[in-house]
Design a protein around this ligand. Structure first.
Ligand code: AMP
Ligand code: ZN
Length: 460
């Protein structure tokens, strides 16, 4: 067993050697809960779920911490603009606390329907204000901070290894204009806020007293404080999307290592973007597709999960509905092959198939290769059915595609409602209505059959 992972720190594949084998501490940056997450965000969470399942598969004991950002994420990366949660709460006419809870719950529901395993610790920034203040105090004592009229800032020039994750040229880009600061009091454009003061002219819903004045934590400090609280000052793996490399994760390293003098995370893994029309899918770009949109169009969330596995997590993936349709068909077919093989109850494992699958997984989570091993062996009629079923069972522990479930568990609310209406129509002997609903369901990709034990449905 030797799991090789591409470490952004050092930019090469390295064998994972956890600090306290078999335990592997993992921190994954979670959602900012001011809106639904889009399927681009879910691409990153699916990659992190594959990592966790792979670790279990290989005999490690992962312990995952994920944050929920419910305060402090401002509209601009340069620590200016409105707080995303407070601004949306105002727009939607509800409290920031309600809004954050609503979108955090929606996120967890989506994750469950994508078969993303829940983290061991899910922690909200607003529930860890004291931990963040304590960390800022440590940084202040060590002389890393300076005061401006709108907050306390980390002086990146005082942390010489600030460019270790992003590389020197990227940092130069930030220093020389890529991230022009609107705040003239910042000593450098790469400096960032650890504590922001509440505005004088208005009252925030989320604000706390601190040694520096009433206000709220900067976005980055929450991840440092909570990661160290639950995983220790040094831990194994930190993940997120590639957009976090130059700002959020570089800032997390600077704050954490500045305070402790110890290495923070040892392996940094970053998932590439889901693109739409060749640009990053983003909430601001008007190209934002949710899981609910997929369901409305007749897709099961697991079709999307399968789709994500067709590309390596470090390669960009351009989203199109046609490509998703192909993944939907492929997943159905794969499931049919697995279910057919499972008819043989004897399951002699085929060592060479499982070894080939394992080798793909151990090579930096190479899911396209792992899928291709699975496909060719499930189609290989020279292999006994039992051996094929055994491979599918083993593979599904990593892939999480519910390959042996006869029916998809996640129905869109619309399809579930139509099925209920049709059942009611049949009970009332309103066959015209029941046929109309059957046609509607058919147009949504669901076939209904009437049997002696009631209506049964399956995907086309
Ligand atoms: P956010 O809610 O914006 O903080 O993002 C949550 C996670 O999704 C982070 O790890 C981001 O890096 C990641 N992410 C954002 N946009 C995309 C995208 N288009 N494709 C893949 N991951 C993304
Ligand atoms: Zn983070």
């Amino acid at each position: 067993m030797s799991l090789k992972l591409f470490n952004t720190l050092g930019r090469s594949k390295e064998e994972l050697k956890p600090l306290k084998f078999p335990a592997v501490g993992i921190y994954t940056c979670g959602p900012t809960v001011y809106n639904y997450q889009h399927i681009g965000n879910y691409r990153t969470y699916i990659f992190e779920d594959i990592l966790k399942r792979t670790l279990r598969f290989l005999g490690f004991a992962p312990f995952q911490v994920m944050n929920i950002t419910d305060v402090g994420h401002l509209a601009s990366q340069g620590d200016e603009g409105e707080d995303k949660v407070e601004a949306m709460a105002q727009k939607e006419g509800r409290s920031a606390w309600d809004l954050a809870k609503f979108y955090a719950d929606a996120f967890l529901n989506d994750c469950a329907s994508l078969n993303i395993l829940p983290p061991d610790v899910l922690c909200r920034a607003t529930a860890h204000i004291q931990e963040q203040i304590d960390l800022i105090l440590r940084l202040e004592k060590k002389g890393f901070l300076y005061h401006t009229s709108d907050g306390m800032y980390f002086e990146t020039a005082k942390f010489p290894a600030y460019d270790q994750l992003m590389g020197k040229s990227h940092l130069m880009g930030i220093q020389f204009g890529a991230r022009i600061s609107a705040n003239p009091e910042k000593k450098s454009p790469s400096d960032f806020a650890v504590w922001k003061f509440s505005p004088k002219e208005s009252r925030r819903q989320m604000e706390w007293d601190s040694p520096w004045g009433k206000g709220f934590p900067g976005w980055h400090i929450e991840c440092s404080a909570m990661a160290m609280k639950y995983l220790g000052e040094s831990f194994d793996i930190h993940c997120g999307g590639v957009d976090h490399i130059p700002i959020h994760h570089s800032n997390e390293i600077a704050q954490s290592e500045g305070a402790t003098g110890k290495p923070f995370a040892r392996y940094w893994l970053h998932g590439e973007f889901l693109l739409v029309n060749s640009s990053k899918m983003a909430k601001s770009g008007g190209t934002f597709i949710t899981l609910e949109d997929l369901k409305k169009n007749g897709f099961d969330p697991l079709d999307y999960r399968y789709h994500c596995l067709t590309a390596h997590y470090r390669k960009q993936l351009d989203f199109t509905w046609e490509a998703l349709e192909s993944s939907k068909t492929a997943r159905r077919k794969l499931k049919e092959l697995a279910l057919d093989a499972a008819q043989d109850s004897r399951k002699p494992a085929c060592a060479s198939s499982i070894e080939a699958f394992g080798a793909a997984v151990e090579d930096d989570l190479n899911m396209p290769e792992a899928l291709s091993v699975l496909w060719s062996d499930l189609k290989n009629t020279d292999l006994p059915k039992g051996a094929r079923a055994s491979l599918a069972e083993t593979a599904d522990r990593v892939l999480g595609l519910d390959m042996f479930e006869e029916e998809d568990k996640a129905l869109s609310p619309e399809i579930a409602e139509l099925l209920r209406e049709r059942e009611a129509a049949r009970k009332n002997r309103d066959f015209k209505q029941s046929d109309r609903i059957r046609d509607r369901l058919s147009s949504l990709g669901v076939l209904v059959e009437d049997t002696s034990s009631g209506q049964k449905w399956r995907r086309k």
